[in-house]
Design a protein around this ligand. Structure first.
Ligand code: ADP
Ligand code: NA
Length: 342
């Protein structure tokens, strides 16, 4: 719709993978392709969020922040249509985080699942284990709310792992309006990616993730064809049948591969099932999956390599985008502070 502001971010915590692609960055590219004149698109590298997990040293982190911009552009997000920037380059994110933290119930944050899984704790963990959890990790979804509300985003495209955080953003927006008797914040809508969550190739109980120590479980966007084939060959499947159909409960590995095909080919699960009904061995099915992946990731991989050789261009894009983002963020934070009496 007109006057929509679409906002989303991704963390520079490692190489981008197939889950990031189908759950986020390819959706951003699609939005660029569709974009009308009255729609603003902002896609950020969440470098402030990234320091809530074990931190690499400064030079490694600088490289990851840089690669993240290159990865977004490599997938086809067009910097003439979208603002592609580093979160840390717009200081109002942290300023709004503080303001919103004073409106966020601790109990609500306590119910969030992500910090618990990232810190490896649960409701029965010892005091000692809880001592190791840092405030920034607990407060992660509040910073996310600040990111979104700073631009008065109307739509936030995310994978389903983020739906809970968007719910909190709407709650905080409502709390602000109620507390200050205004209608400043409009609760943003969640735009769920059309592809269901992509799972780890060797452990389809958990999602494919940048931080997975088992690199064989993750297809990175810059994996070579040889590496892609090798990873798909060793992906966990089953011997239930040499016919391949979608059954996430009994055949999670096979179903994950079918979901991947459905995402890439933009086909429904049953259309994929028809397409693969001709295969009667695991190797022919897996060869087909590899072939589709290799073809899909060829352009992003080459573009990524090319962009990484042009550091001046990457810097130009992030600096110019940071200035564009600031033209929205600065007046908005002024309005917010004005409402509050600052
Ligand atoms: P990661 O978990 O790999 O560190 P982020 O937390 O930076 O990724 O998430 C960036 C975006 O990618 C979010 O929109 C998230 O929903 C999406 N995403 C991450 N992992 C997956 C996955 N396995 N399947 C689908 N979408 C994913
Ligand atoms: Na994550």
């Amino acid at each position: 719709p007109d006057d929509s502001v679409v906002f989303s971010m991704i963390q520079p915590t490692g190489r981008f993978h197939l889950g990031n692609y189908l759950g986020a960055v390819r959706v951003w590219k699609d939005l660029c392709d569709l974009k009308g004149d009255n729609i603003k698109l902002l896609f950020g590298v969440a470098d402030l969020h990234a320091i809530t997990v074990p931190k690499p040293d400064g030079s490694k982190f600088r490289q990851l922040r840089n690669e993240a911009i290159a990865s977004i552009l490599a997938v086809g997000v067009d910097p003439s249509k979208a603002i592609v920037f580093h979160q840390s380059s717009v200081p109002q994110h942290t300023e709004l985080h503080w303001i919103l933290s004073t409106l966020t119930p601790m109990g609500y944050l306590n119910r969030m699942t992500q910090w618990k899984s990232k810190a490896n704790v649960n409701d029965n963990s010892s005091d000692e284990a809880m001592q190791a959890v840092k405030l920034g990790l607990f407060s992660y979804p509040v910073l996310q709310a600040a990111d979104i509300l700073l631009y008065n985003a109307t739509h936030v495209p995310v994978g389903d792992d983020q739906a809970q955080h968007l719910e909190l953003t709407r709650h905080i927006a409502g709390q602000f309006n109620k507390t200050y008797k205004c209608k400043h914040f409009v609760p943003p809508a969640t735009l769920l990616a059309p592809t269901k969550r992509i799972l780890a190739l060797n452990n389809p109980d958990k999602k494919m993730s940048k931080s997975d120590p088992n690199q064989n479980s993750v297809i990175y966007l810059n994996d070579t064809p040889k590496i892609i084939s090798a990873k798909i060959k060793q992906a966990l499947t089953d011997s239930i049948s040499h016919k391949f159909y979608f059954d996430p409960v009994n055949r999670p590995g096979v179903s994950n591969l079918i979901n991947i095909l459905s995402g890439i080919l933009r086909l429904s699960i049953s259309e994929v099932e028809d397409e693969i009904s001709k295969f009667d061995s695991h190797s022919s099915f897996k060869d087909y999956v590899s072939e589709i992946l290799i073809e899909e990731l060829k352009t992003p991989r080459h573009k990524f390599e090319k962009l990484m050789r042009d550091q001046a261009y990457l810097q130009e894009v992030s600096e110019k985008s940071a200035r564009s983002a600031a033209t929205i963020a600065e007046p908005n934070i002024q309005k917010i502070k004005n409402i509050m009496g600052f």
